[in-house]
Each structure stands twice: as C-alpha cells, then as structure tokens.
Design a protein around this ligand. Structure first.
Ligand code: IMP
Length: 426
C-alpha cells in the first residue's frame, strides 16, 4: 500500500467507515487524527452491524495497530464502553492493537453540559462536548490523557478550572453543574483503566514509518464541516481537511503519499447550516428512506439533496484529493433524472467556488446539470461493466468534471457490495 489519508468530501456520513475497513487489509496502522465521538462509522460485517465512534475501524481486523492521535478529543467513558462492547462481541482490544495519544484532550462532564446548554439548538451539534473540549484546548485549560492517568495532575487541573466552569454553567447558562470531587473520583478510575493504552503515539507512528509500515489515516466528518474551510459557523470544531492528518497524528507531511476522498453519490447534512442543494420535498424523503439517512451517532434524520460540485471542488482543492470513492450509488436507482449542481448564482454572479459568505445569499440560485437516471437495482452488481449505462455515465461525468479518478464504487453497506476497479494504493 502506501500512506493514505481517507477523508469525507461533503458534510460527513459519506461512508468512510466502510472504505477504511476495506483498505485496512493493506495497511499496518490505522490512525484517527481529529474529532471525537461525534463521528459514527457504521460497518456491516456478515449480519452484524457495528458502530464505532472513537476507535478506528481497523480494530475489526487481526494484526493491525489502531491509534487515537493527539488531534482527537476523547470521552473516556465512551471509549471504555466501546472497548468493552467490542470485546463482548469477540474482538481483541488491548494495548497490543490500540494505543492512545498522551497528548489527546479529554472530554469532561462539564463539556457535555455546556454543549447541550449552548450549542445544540444553535448549531445542531451532536451534544457530545466536542466544541467545548477543543475550546479548552485552545484556551490552554484542557485536560490531556497524560493528566487523566496521573491523579495529582488531574486534581490540579480540576482545581484550576472547576470553579470557573461552575460559575459559567450556573450563572450564564442556567444549566446544571458538576461536583468536583465526584468528577475527580470517577475520572481517576477511568484514567486508571485507560492507562495501559496511553503512550506517545507520534513516536509509535514515526517508528512505523522507519520500518516501512503502511499508514491509513481515518478522517471523521467531512470537508464542509472543517473549522476553517467549512460553512462556518455551522461546522465542527476541528479541521477535517487532509492537512490535519499530520497535525493530529504528529507526523510530517513528507510521509503522506495519497489522499482518497469519500463522496456520497448525493449529499446529506445533519444539523443546522446552509445546504444549497437540499431537496425539501418527497424526493428528499425518498433519498432519506432508501439511503437510511439517520445519524449513526444521534439518530437524527439527515437532510438530503443533490450532488454539489461546488462542495466537491473545494474539498478536492483543499485536501489534494486525487481519487474518490463513490458511495451509496444504489440509492439513486429508480430516478428518472439526476441533478448535479455545477455552480451557485447570486444575481448575475456565477460562483464555482464556495463563497465565504454563503450565509449571506439566502436568494442563491443553483446551476444544475441534468443526467438521465437508471431503473435497475444495482446493489448486487459486482463488476463495473455490469452497471447500467446511465450509471456509468454518471460516474464518468463526476470523474471528468472534477478531474479525479473514481476507483472505488460502493453499491450497498456490506463489504462485498463494492466494486474496486483498482486499489489505488497498491
Ligand atoms: P459537533 O461536532 O458535535 O460540535 O457538531 C457540529 C456540527 O457538525 C453539527 O452540525 C453536527 O451535526 C455535525 N457533525 C459532527 N460530527 C458529524 C459526523 O460525524 N457526521 C455528520 N455531521 C457531523
């Protein structure tokens, strides 16, 4: 293989988990580098459905080392539950195949309370405390995994921050508060249980590159949720573009060989914020029903719309994407016509690139191309040649308009429902 970054190109939920799972066979290390348990990767293995929020999906494969990098924010309670759940399902999870960065920041109970009280209505966050945890990281008041596993450090950090959090939660937000001693006792125990997994993961990764191991970086969310480049302020609180893989794993950029973008054959978005190609009628509901478009983390119905080339152009440019994996193509079967937005139009201005002030264009018009759809159910197709001609034309159109390869085509949630024209990383 090579060292490959896999990232979402839209607003998340593009099907990254399944593609990472497939590519994992060729990789030695699988590394999460941003986000936290706001992500949810659904994998269907045989008849079993597994949803992973924090642990890289490589954990389902024997002999792989999974890494939760420094750029991730970790809810220790959720992580331990995920570890136990996997162990109960018969998967081995131990420090031999999972290591956690000592520099990753911890999501504390007050982060979740603040997220709920403040942002869940405004942004439509997942309510997992992600934003408030990253906020403390940048304020230099965060608690890292290294603090969590050392009782004294945890106590000191809690002493520093709890009074302020208490005042903010009760006086400003009118929310419930936390008991410092209870938090200390509970989190000391969680830290003790996680301690064997915690290490300097940057060194682990560096040593792996010296030994010519293949690295797979597993992104969470998608390009349009990126803190800097997404539809701000309706974004997540980390960078989701490929550059973050280096920062959030602790590795220099020379080690990256390729970037694979995951692109759903249409577009979805969970939570608030602009979504130019959203379909607000029965067709949108049909996509939601056929595509099972409900959040893996929160269960919220996802908003559905047409493919948007403005979004994809931006993701490809920002993340040096050369290859796309096209997912959920089967969901489009049965549509007479498929629309693809090629640009936005505001008054006389045509915009092919995402404007920073998208929010200021409530009257935005869309420039659409229309392509003929196909009737056939393609979920059991296993070879590119057997796809209906209009389906191949749709794939060809995306490749040509965006100037990328599309070597992986997914026609259903199962591992085997994938057409791999070539493994671009072999
Ligand atoms: P947060 O990441 O919980 O702060 O939420 C910020 C925004 O990102 C909200 O609109 C969420 O719905 C969205 N979001 C966060 N994680 C995901 C994801 O994994 N898939 C899709 N949307 C996400």
């Amino acid at each position: 293989m090579a060292n490959v970054i896999v990232i979402g190109t839209q607003w998340g939920d593009e099907g990254k988990g399944k593609v990472v799972d497939l590519l994992t066979e060729k990789a030695n290390l699988i590394i999460r580098f941003q986000g936290g348990n706001n992500a949810g990767h659904t994998l269907v293995i045989g008849d079993e459905k597994i949803i992973l929020h924090l642990i890289p999906s490589g954990i389902l494969h024997k002999g792989k080392l999974c890494i939760i990098g420094n750029g991730v924010v970790i809810d220790p309670e959720v992580l331990l539950m995920e570890i136990e759940d996997l162990q109960n399902k018969g998967y081995m999870v131990s420090p031999e195949n999972l290591v956690i960065s000592d520099r990753a920041h911890v999501i504390m109970p007050y982060h979740k309370i603040i997220d709920h009280a403040r942002d869940i209505q405004r942004i439509g966050t997942t309510g997992r405390g992600i934003g408030p945890a990253y906020e403390d990281k940048t304020r230099r008041t965060g608690i890292r995994m290294i603090d969590l596993i050392h009782e004294d450090m945890l106590k000191k950090q809690l002493d520093n921050i709890c009074d302020e959090k208490h005042a903010y939660m009760t006086k400003i937000l009118g929310a419930k508060t936390i008991d410092k001693q209870c938090v200390f006792e509970k989190y000391t125990k969680l830290g003790t249980r996680l301690k064997p997994f915690v290490t300097d993961t940057s060194v682990v990764i560096h040593n792996a590159t010296k030994n010519s191991k293949d690295l797979l970086f597993e992104g969470a969310q998608g390009g349009m949720l990126d803190m800097d480049h997404g539809t701000y302020p309706y974004v997540t609180s980390s960078n989701t573009v490929s550059g973050q893989a280096c920062v959030g794993a602790g590795l220099g950029p020379n080690h990256i060989d390729k970037v694979l973008g995951i692109c759903k054959a249409y577009t979805t978005r969970v939570g608030e914020g602009p979504f130019p190609t959203e379909i607000n009628d029965e067709l949108g509901e049909r996509l939601r029903a056929f595509g099972g478009e409900y959040g893996a983390t929160t269960g919220r119905p996802r908003r559905c719309g047409w493919l948007d080339l403005v979004v994809l152009r931006q993701s490809i440019r920002l993340s040096s994407i050369t290859h796309l994996a096209l997912t959920k193509l089967d969901v489009l079967s049965g549509l007479e016509t498929i629309k693809v937005a090629t640009a936005y139009k505001s008054g006389e201005t045509i915009m092919e690139n995402m404007p920073a002030d998208l929010m200021m264009h409530p009257d935005l018009d869309l420039v659409y191309d229309e392509l003929p759809g196909w009737e056939e159910n393609i979920s059991s197709v296993r070879s590119y040649d057997d796809l209906p001609p209009n389906c191949k034309a749709y794939i060809g159109y995306i490749k040509e308009t965006l100037g990328v390869q599309a070597p992986i085509i997914s026609v259903g949630p199962k591992r085997e429902q994938t057409i791999i024209l070539e493994n671009p990383f072999e």
